[in-house]
Design a binder for this molecule. Structure first.
Ligand SMILES: [Zn+2]
Length: 297
């Protein structure tokens, strides 16, 4: 009986799939969990990506889920059923544990100043996901990312003026960790050490916000430096534009700079010292791509 059931592919064991170490097994539950909120099937391009990792085609997999009673279909919308909930939750808990483990390992590597190792851990973690990426970290990282992250750890900049060595150290680790993952998260106030909170005390921001934005500044500075150096070293970019978010926290000085273009050698230094935003200057360099006529000239 088991043989026939297997032959017709109708005896999926959700729990076994959710806990399996075989990526083509847990990919099925990973797909299933995308339908916890009702949604239509994925578009053709996404379905192709799923096809590469699922043991059967994307459409056959959805049809099988419906047959298993794991998925219901209402018009164009699919949704997981209560029968699927236990192992979908089990898989979500597994993802959480994997994320925590990877983050701890990356943190340890960064504390040891080994950013190459930290990036390897990130890549390994992401490639263990059926589509090769986690839903919280950045896009496929460049190999040079680890050396950029490393620059944060050795940064000496006026952004850090007036802060105690302990606070600088703590902020650099926080910034480097976020930079390495290309993901930015606020910590609860309770997780901000008292010396950091005291050093960054601001009437406009909570300790959590103040730490977040200071760390963000460090990562942004390193990324801006990298953009500038790349433009300076190449022949294809002559001008750089100042870009940045326009919102309630954008100061008048930075607002006036947004959209301004400068020759690479004359571009003002970022962050702007004149910025008065409580969040700090969020301006960034954007290489201006020359039009075809410009290149001809
Ligand atoms: Zn600015």
């Amino acid at each position: 009986m088991g043989f026939f059931k297997k032959l017709f592919g109708s005896d999926l064991d959700g729990r076994a799939l959710a806990t399996s170490t075989d990526i083509s097994d847990y990919a099925q539950i990973d797909l299933l969990r995308r339908f916890v909120e009702p949604r239509p099937r994925h578009d053709a391009q996404e379905a192709m990506r799923w096809n590469r990792v699922l043991p059967r085609s994307y459409d056959d997999t959805l049809a099988l889920f419906v047959k298993q009673g794991w998925l219901t279909r209402d018009g164009d919308l699919f949704q997981t059923t209560p029968a699927a909930a236990p192992f979908v939750e089990e898989y979500a808990a597994r993802l959480d544990r994997g994320r925590q483990r990877a983050m701890e390992k990356v943190r340890t590597a960064i504390v040891a100043r080994d950013c190459g190792e930290a990036l390897d851990i990130r890549r390994q973690y992401e490639s263990s996901h059926p589509l090769g990426s986690a839903d919280w970290s950045g896009p496929e990282p460049q190999l040079s990312r680890s050396s950029l992250t490393r620059r944060i750890l050795f940064l000496n900049h006026w952004l850090l003026d007036g802060l105690s060595p302990e606070t600088v150290e703590w902020l650099k680790l926080y910034a480097a960790e976020q930079h390495l993952w290309e993901a930015y998260w606020q910590l609860p106030d309770a997780e901000i050490p008292a010396y950091v909170a005291a050093d960054l005390a601001s009437s406009a921001l909570t300790p959590s916000e103040a730490a977040y934005w200071k760390a963000y500044q460090l990562a942004l500075y390193v990324d801006n430096q990298e953009t500038w150096q790349r433009c300076k070293g190449g022949d294809h970019v002559r001008r750089i534009e100042i870009a940045g978010p326009e919102d309630d926290h954008t100061c008048e000085f930075c607002r006036a700079e947004h959209g301004q273009e400068y020759l690479v050698a004359r571009v003002p230094e970022l962050p702007h010292r004149a910025c008065t935003s409580p969040l700090g200057c969020r301006c960034r360099y954007e290489p201006v791509l020359e039009s075809y006529e410009d290149l001809e000239a």
